[in-house]
Design a protein around this ligand. Structure first.
Ligand SMILES: O=P(O)(O)OC[C@@H](O)[C@@H](O)c1c[nH]c2ccccc12
Length: 268
């Protein structure tokens, strides 16, 4: 835990708010809600992220590109997002997640370059607080955006989910307990993730995603996020009924990320 009682998540969100408050070079920075909607609606139609998870073998793998994390430090320093994306696409990923936040050494440019090299449905993994970020994610080629329940008051969560859905983007709504799952479902989420890593402390509770599975009805798509460190971990999550697994560090630290993915997919 960090000093003065503020958590990792608080710090990342404070940095994100400061970034959003600064004058922006991008076109969507100073637009009204209506203009944002019009701009976003003109962008190319996203791919079906949830469909890709549900149609293939279960659980579908969302393979993540992540160069570093605040808790682990460097995972694969200087890694090329396109190169990793092509390995993921060739070795059985259903979808891909791209870390776009600078605390993870990522950016929207990574997502843009991945979009240009693979056809996989893509998740923009970022700390989204406002609509401009959703439009920017769609602009660089996202098909799905992450919204973290712990970072958003209920009305804002509902509002952002609705906005994304209007732009035909899908939303992965990230939760960490039963109350947040209820909030996600009430806000209109269809794709619900449980993160086994606590974003406040970055501590891992490897059983969390399995334990919380029972609170999400089968009509939703359930993603177990984080903490897969072995093939056995993935098998355990599969057996708990997860529809999809979101896995980053395991692949990013593997000597051969493509081989590691293929081996895991074959074991499931
Ligand atoms: O590297 P892992 O333990 O496989 O975790 C991947 C993913 O779940 C994790 O990167 C993540 C889940 N939710 C987030 C929110 C923000 C940043 C990162 C994340």
């Amino acid at each position: 835990m960090s000093d003065k009682g503020s958590t990792y998540l608080d710090k990342i969100l404070a940095a994100k708010r400061a970034e959003l408050a600064a004058p922006r070079a991008t076109r969507s920075g100073a637009l009204t809600d209506r203009e944002l909607l019009e701009l976003g609606a003109r962008l190319p139609r996203p791919r079906d992220f949830i469909g890709a998870l549900r149609e293939g073998p279960r659980p579908g793998i969302i393979a993540e590109f992540k160069r570093a994390s605040p808790s682990a430090g460097a995972l694969r320093e200087g890694a090329d997002a396109r190169q990793i994306a092509m390995l993921y696409a060739a070795n059985g990923a259903a979808c891909m997640s791209v870390l776009c936040d600078k605390h993870f050494q990522g950016s929207l440019d990574d997502l843009r370059s991945v979009r240009q090299s693979v056809a996989l449905p893509l998740l923009a993994k970022d700390f989204i607080l406002e609509k401009t970020q959703i439009v920017e994610a769609k602009r660089v080629g996202a098909d799905c955006v992450l919204l973290i329940v712990a970072a958003l008051p209920a009305p804002q969560l509902r509002n952002l989910i609705e906005f994304a859905h209007t732009l035909e983007l899908q939303v992965l709504c990230e939760t960490r307990d039963e109350a947040e799952i209820d909030r996600a479902m009430a806000a209109g989420a269809k794709l619900i993730g449980v993160n086994s890593r606590d974003l406040q402390t970055f501590e891992l509770d490897p059983d969390r995603a399995a334990k919380l599975r029972k609170y999400v009805p089968k009509s939703f798509t359930y993603v177990a996020e984080s903490g897969v460190r072995t093939i056995d971990d993935a098998l355990r999550l599969r057996d708990s009924g997860a529809d999809a697994l979101l896995i980053g560090s395991y692949f990013m630290t593997a000597e051969q990320p493509g081989e590691a993915l293929r081996e895991l997919v074959m074991a499931l």
